[in-house]
Design a protein around this ligand. Structure first.
Ligand SMILES: Nc1ncnc2c1ncn2[C@@H]1O[C@H](COP(=O)(O)OP(=O)(O)OP(=O)(O)O)[C@@H](O)[C@H]1O
Ligand SMILES: [Mg+2]
Length: 361
């Protein structure tokens, strides 16, 4: 594929089955050139399957993929010419950093002088010039990851695919590499699809998020949109609405709803679904305040975790409902306090809509 910049990549009802089980079920997604899209979801939701279908490593069992009106899902991986960064780096151990990065250019028979210049540019971009002659085993995890990224982008491919590229790194390196990936994307503007199960990573990197669950899209939108207006209970749970309180429905209005059982006046929130007799209120820990206010309720502090400027608190209402909240003031187990939360920060979903799976803390 000769083009480097694309205008549009279209996935139309893309499906992939494994032995009758749909790992990816009718994915519709249109990506515009230069966009950074994150595929996000819990383990087993189909993220790698989607990426491998795009790369050509897995054939589709249904649907089509078109790149600027040219159908590509029938092409071999090398004919697509996409850059790929795997979770385990997959560097060639017997080649120096410089040779690893230049490998694709040699395969593509790029003239030597040109190839050398591009490798040096890529080395500068990922800040590895001084390590160019080392072998992968002589590098730190973060440096190896940077080689993998440089190798994927040196060809300026029409599409860069990254599958959990930071999951092997420690917390500090992850943050550094996250900034690095953002900086490289801002510099080169390559269209990028990035797989992660880490919502923070997805929010901080992507122009758009695609939330998957059991192979099906739950929501597609900007980070801000998905963060503030999760489409359903699953997305809310995944995006940090850690409190999911199932309560009886008291009174329902067009936009708001009052649930029974939290505080004397009940719990008022924003209605997001048609509701039956019971509903689930989704609330972020950080949206609770310690002190009087709307939706006030008395709680007993049970568990306190020190987190620097704030404490993460688990507390229980007198009715036995567990709440997760954050507090700037020092609290201790056994303390009795009043907590409150603005109604607009309480999202109420139908109880029968799927919950976020347990494995996503
Ligand atoms: N080669 C395969 N054979 C059979 N089933 C597979 C195969 N690859 C994936 N699956 C199944 O397809 C589903 C999606 O897998 P996939 O690897 O895409 O998940 P994922 O979202 O990348 O998960 P993780 O975050 O754990 O990497 C899973 O249920 C998985 O067991
Ligand atoms: Mg995966």
């Amino acid at each position: 594929m000769s083009q480097t910049k694309i205008s549009e990549l279209r996935l139309d009802q893309v499906s992939r089955e494994f032995g009758g089980v749909r790992a990816l079920d009718g994915l519709d997604l249109t990506i515009t050139g230069g966009e950074f899209v994150a595929l996000l979801g819990p383990s087993g939701c189909g993220k790698s399957t989607a990426l491998n279908c795009l790369a050509g490593l897995l054939p589709l069992t249904g649907g089509t993929i078109t790149l600027d009106d040219r159908r590509i899902d029938t092409l071999q991986p090398e004919q697509r010419g996409f850059g790929m960064v795997f979770q385990n780096y997959a560097l060639f151990p017997h080649m120096s950093v410089r040779s690893n990065i230049g490998f694709g250019l040699r395969m593509a028979k790029v003239p030597k002088g040109d190839a050398r210049r591009r490798v040096e540019e890529a080395l500068t971009l990922v800040q590895l010039t001084e390590h160019a002659d080392k072998f992968p085993a002589q590098l730190s995890g973060g440096q190896q990851q940077r080689v993998a990224i440089a190798r994927a982008i040196v060809l300026e491919p029409p599409l860069v695919l990254m599958d959990e590229p930071l999951s092997n790194l420690d917390a500090k390196l992850r943050l550094e590499m996250r900034t690095e990936i953002k900086r490289i994307h801002q510099t080169l503007g390559l269209t990028t699809i990035y797989v992660t199960h880490d919502q923070e990573e997805a929010l901080s990197l992507a122009d758009r998020l695609v939330l998957l669950r059991k192979g099906r899209v739950q929501q597609i939108g900007s980070p801000e949109h998905v963060y503030t207006e999760p489409a359903n209970r699953f997305v809310a749970g995944f995006m940090g609405y850690r409190n999911e309180l199932e309560l009886p429905v008291g009174s329902v209005n067009e936009k708001t709803v009052v649930l029974d059982g939290l505080g004397a006046g009940g719990l008022t929130g924003v209605r997001r679904d048609d509701l039956g007799e019971r509903a689930v209120a989704a609330i972020r820990p950080e949206d609770f305040t310690v002190g009087a206010g709307p939706n006030a309720t008395e709680v007993t502090v049970e568990v306190v975790e020190y987190q620097g400027r704030e404490q993460a608190i688990q507390a229980r209402t007198d009715d036995g409902v567990d709440l997760h909240l954050r507090a700037g003031t020092r609290l201790a187990p056994g303390d009795r306090v009043t907590v409150s939360v603005p109604p607009e920060r309480v999202l109420v979903f139908a109880a029968e809509s799927p919950a976020a799976p347990e494995e996503v803390a």
